[in-house]
Design a protein around this ligand. Structure first.
Ligand SMILES: C[S@@+](CC[C@H](N)C(=O)[O-])C[C@H]1O[C@@H](n2cnc3c(N)ncnc32)[C@H](O)[C@@H]1O
Length: 207
């Protein structure tokens, strides 16, 4: 029988597990359907590589892409590639897509956790999420923390709750075209709670 994500996490000491964030049983609700069918997956924010190693063991198919402002190319895993990319730069994100895929089933933002980084990444990358795909923003407890917010920036949790309540996207970090695309294609936004933080799961409409 296959190991659960939580069981897999023990050997990689990922802080996504019950030892800290306790995100993994939540992740399984959204990712189980992709376990054997995954095509392309992107995680932004790799740190020592614990999570990408865990994902590689969990998904039995598919290509994994890891991106970080740091060079983690020394991490070698089957069907997995690492890229240097600054998620606050639309140019870097578009270059990443040019070098990899335009159709991701799953995109996880576990990068710098600053408001503008989260919103620029969502605005730039959502068009590369496949229909019915899942876009995840981790560690939303950074919202409201001045260290993670440039003066005047929209808080990501407020932006997501506004979408849940009104279907509108309000963000000072996005262009009008980006907002229009998100409003047209975002389906559900679910804010889940881990041990120390909220985590958002945003699904894309099927058509
Ligand atoms: C929370 S750690 C990632 C942890 C990893 N996903 C795990 O679960 O083991 C955050 C990572 O985001 C990266 N990071 C910070 N700012 C970034 C940026 N602007 N663009 C891309 N990655 C960034 C950091 O270098 C760090 O490796």
């Amino acid at each position: 029988m296959s190991l659960t994500l939580e069981e897999i996490s023990y050997q990689y000491e990922s802080d996504k597990g019950a030892v800290y964030h306790n995100y993994l049983s939540i992740y399984e609700k959204y990712f189980d359907k992709y376990r054997n069918t995954l095509t392309n997956f992107l995680e932004i924010g790799l740190w020592k590589g614990d999570s990408i190693m865990m994902w590689r063991e969990y998904f039995e198919s598919g290509n994994l892409i890891g991106a970080d402002i740091l060079d983690l190319s020394h991490i070698q895993l089957p069907d997995t590639q690492m890229f240097v990319c600054d998620q606050s730069s639309r140019t870097d994100l578009e270059e990443l897509v040019n070098k990899t895929y335009t159709n991701y089933d799953i995109i996880i933002d576990d990068g710098g956790h600053m408001m503008h980084q989260q919103q620029i990444t969502l605005a730039t990358m959502f068009k590369y999420l496949s229909p019915d795909g899942v876009f995840v923003i981790e560690d939303l407890h950074t919202c409201g923390n001045p260290s993670y917010t440039r003066a005047g920036d929209t808080e990501t949790l407020n932006m997501l709750y506004t979408f849940i309540e009104t279907g509108k996207v309000v963000s000072n970090c996005m262009t009008a075209n980006e907002i229009a695309y998100l409003e047209k294609t975002m389906d559900t936004v679910t804010i889940e709670k881990g041990n120390v933080s909220e985590i958002a799961f945003i699904t894309k409409k099927k058509k």
